[in-house]
Design a protein around this ligand. Structure first.
Ligand SMILES: Cc1ncc(COP(=O)(O)O)c(C=O)c1O
Length: 414
């Protein structure tokens, strides 16, 4: 009898008999990542044996450096894995500070670094720290969609500023001035950007952050893709915002440059202000106590010369893939308007095909078996006109995908 009771499917015992109470407004109103349907549909097609080229993913295909994987294995030898401090493992905070000193020539006190569960949690903390109900937060349109949802979750107003190729799809001081209100509390910048892969020009960044600081607003800069970036168009090194605005809040991640998406680790760099640091410590403690302990220990191995060399080689590989994509899109007749110099995205205008971006992606998947991401999730400005291609895929997959896209576009023209 006892065994029979244990074998009852859980759903029989737990299925609710009454409707759930009313969810919070934020839960009812949060937008999904609509474009995920393309990735899911591609997976279903692949499961049915169709050879789909997936160029829709926002994650590198490399995985963590080998030394980090080895270090992670060691963490699971039966040792106790206690919480770390909410702001993170001191050795890791120091290692991140050293990384900024060596790679970006920036001297950052480790006490300003908060280790988080991915760049996502860094953005969550930054938003929680800065946004009150009714505050305006300026973002570029197009830009990373989760930031809008975070601002709305804290009852802030997202002020979407339409941008174009003329500003590398970024804000500038004139645009900020135009959209500024007496409620503007923060400016959020992602550089290099998702979906465009373009960096904000450093002098423009300097002007935007100076303007926001003069007007008493926070500057939240997501540098998740910074270390994957190529040089600026003028040949200079891509710099962190901290090189021009030490009071900005930086969000960053182990996901992209270190290839550790599923490991869930990132960091925030906060202004050198004891009140702010204490508040972030309290927010992190209350929200999640600390980032995953084993991952924090394993991540120390990211900063060995071998791991850094491995990540640098991968960055170079991504730059080679970028060339394949930029040249391929040009051949097809869909050139990118601004060449990406970071991340692994090319954002191109498909309006001359006569299709809207969503239909273009639907038909590219169904007819050419190539998965792409339409612009819709990234904001209204380019929702119908632009498509994101991720080149975090092998060179072979990229060449084949572009070949198929070329044929598909040719059928549209004929
Ligand atoms: C611009 C940007 N910021 C933040 C993130 C969050 O990444 P994670 O939480 O894995 O660090 C992503 C993920 O794709 C992103 O594209």
């Amino acid at each position: 009898m006892e065994n029979e009771a244990v074998q009852q499917p859980a759903s029989v015992v737990t299925s609710p008999t009454t409707p759930s109470p009313i969810m919070s407004r934020r839960a009812r109103e949060i937008n999904p990542f609509r474009a995920m349907v393309f990735g899911e549909k591609a997976d279903t097609m692949i499961a049915h044996g169709i050879d789909v080229i997936k160029l829709s993913l926002g994650e590198p295909d490399f995985g963590a450096p080998p030394a980090v994987r080895d270090a992670m294995r060691e963490q699971y030898d039966g040792r106790a894995l206690p919480y770390t401090a909410a702001m993170g493992l001191p050795e890791l905070r120091q290692a991140i500070a050293d990384f900024y000193r060596d790679r970006h020539d920036l001297d950052i006190d480790p006490k300003r670094i908060c280790v988080t569960a991915g760049g996502s949690a860094a953005l969550l903390l930054a938003t929680a720290l800065t946004v009150d109900p009714g505050d305006d937060v300026i973002v570029a349109d197009p830009s990373y969609p989760c930031n809008r949802e975070l601002v709305r979750s804290f009852e802030g107003n997202v002020i979407d500023v339409p941008t174009s190729a003329a500003t590398r799809f970024h804000l500038n001081a004139d645009l900020c001035r135009e959209y500024w209100t007496d409620r503007t509390k923060a400016v959020m910048i992602t550089s290099p950007s998702n979906p465009t892969g373009t960096t904000i020009d450093f002098n423009v960044l300097k002007d935007v952050t100076a303007f926001a600081a003069e007007h008493g607003a926070w500057r939240i800069v997501d540098e998740t893709y910074l270390d994957l970036a190529d040089r600026e168009p003028d040949g200079t090194e891509v710099k962190s915002v901290l090189a021009c605005d030490p009071g900005a809040i930086v969000c960053n991640s182990f996901s992209k440059f270190f290839g550790m998406t599923g490991w869930r680790l990132g960091w925030a760099i906060l202004p050198d202000d004891a009140t702010v640091l204490e508040a972030v410590d309290d927010l992190a403690t209350n929200y999640y106590l600390c980032a995953h302990t084993p991952t924090q220990h394993a991540a120390l191995a990211c900063f060995t010369p071998e791991s850094l060399a491995e990540c640098e080689a991968r960055r170079q590989e991504l730059l080679a893939r970028r060339r394949i994509v930029i040249d391929g899109l040009k051949r097809i007749g869909l050139p990118v308007e601004v060449e990406p110099n970071g991340a692994f995205y090319a954002y191109f205008n498909i309006s001359r095909t006569g299709l809207d971006a969503w239909t273009f992606c639907e038909r590219a998947l169904e007819e050419a078996h190539v998965a792409l991401t339409p612009g819709r999730d990234f904001g209204a400005a380019t929702a119908n006109t632009h498509v994101r291609l991720s080149y975090a895929a092998s060179r072979e997959a990229l060449s084949e995908g572009l070949e198929r896209l070329g044929k598909f576009v040719a059928t549209l023209e004929s």
